[in-house]
Design a protein. Structure first.
Length: 320
């Protein structure tokens, strides 16, 4: 009999949990819990196991929004920190695998069915070519899959591409990034292309316009102002957000040679619906001078966030 598996996708805002009875079995009792409700990751795991009423699984795999470089894990966009060894001992796991959440998501990409994807421009993917992955949520996740020497099994990339420096492409963006630089010093891609970044872009636009607009403190408020109320300042902020995302995604596609396509994860873009397809994203994705034609053929897909694909990627990590 195969051991039960506990799987977790740990973001800066929510932790998603499920369990499997076998490596190829369905996800059972999927739950989404706010991280802020629990003082530690141990407390969240224990609450889930009590709620679903199963014996503690023998194996566990976590994807977490953070670099994983050793036993100690300290989250970038949340207060949780823990020792992998201590968690394994506390729960009695025979095996525990902890990887970056976008590494887990990258591992799930070959499993995604067409109904979980919406294509935004480009042509057909090239079989065997590298695949890129980028996704704004609480932070900005970046990963991908490469297929060495014609292998059918993609090798996931584990990096922190969300923290590369963000470049302006026109005078307006230069002025906006200067405002972010006043606040943060280094302006990484994540400073603009994430939930908090969208709020910062909106306030930067307000400042350049001599204020006006509304006071907001969440990305949902900005998107509501833009898409429901057609507020001009919020619309500009959202267009800037999508343009910057397109710039970052295009850079990633060029870096990896991602003719296998670019996948867009995270929780923000799926909520924009068809508006995202008309946003500056695709134009800025392709706006790379002499390589515009190269990028024009690369398909981009928005992943349906409700599918919790990173949990399947975490499960795959147990089999590698």
């Amino acid at each position: 009999m195969q051991p039960l598996r506990l799987l977790a996708d740990i973001g800066g805002t929510n932790i998603r949990l499920a369990w499997q009875a076998s490596p190829t079995g369905p996800m059972n009792d999927t739950r989404v819990l706010p991280c802020a409700q629990f003082p530690t990751v141990d407390a969240a795991l224990a609450a889930y196991l009590r709620d679903v009423g199963i014996a503690t699984p023998r194996e566990a795999a976590f994807g977490i929004a953070n670099p994983v470089t050793g036993d100690a894990v300290r989250m970038t966009n949340h207060s949780w920190s823990f020792s992998q060894r201590a968690v394994q001992e506390a729960f009695g796991f025979e095996r525990l695998v902890v990887i970056n959440d976008f590494t887990a998501l990258a591992l799930s990409l070959p499993l995604l069915t067409p109904d979980l994807l919406r294509q935004v421009g480009g042509g057909d993917a090239v079989a065997g070519a590298a695949i890129a992955l980028v996704g704004p949520g609480t932070g900005l996740g970046v990963s991908g899959l490469v297929f060495p020497m014609g292998s059918r099994h993609g090798v996931p990339l584990s990096g922190e591409g969300g923290h590369v420096s963000l470049a302006a492409q026109n005078a307006r963006e230069t002025d906006l990034l200067a405002i972010l630089q006043e606040r943060y010093g280094h302006v990484s891609a994540e400073r603009a292309v994430c939930g908090a970044g969208l709020v910062d872009l909106y306030h930067a636009v307000r400042r350049l316009q001599g204020q006006g607009g509304a006071e907001v403190d969440s990305p949902a408020q900005v998107t509501d102002l833009a898409l429901q109320q057609q507020d001009a300042l919020a619309l500009e902020a959202l267009e800037l957000f999508c343009g910057f995302l397109g710039n970052v995604a295009g850079n990633l596609a060029l870096t990896l040679g991602a003719r296998g396509g670019v996948f867009i994860g995270g929780g923000i873009v799926p909520r924009l619906g068809d508006w995202f397809d008309r946003s500056p994203f695709r134009e800025r994705f392709e706006a790379k001078g002499r390589f515009q034609g190269y990028l024009a053929g690369i398909p981009c897909w928005v992943i349906d966030a409700s599918a919790t694909p990173a949990l399947y990627g975490a499960s795959r990590a147990l089999d590698m």
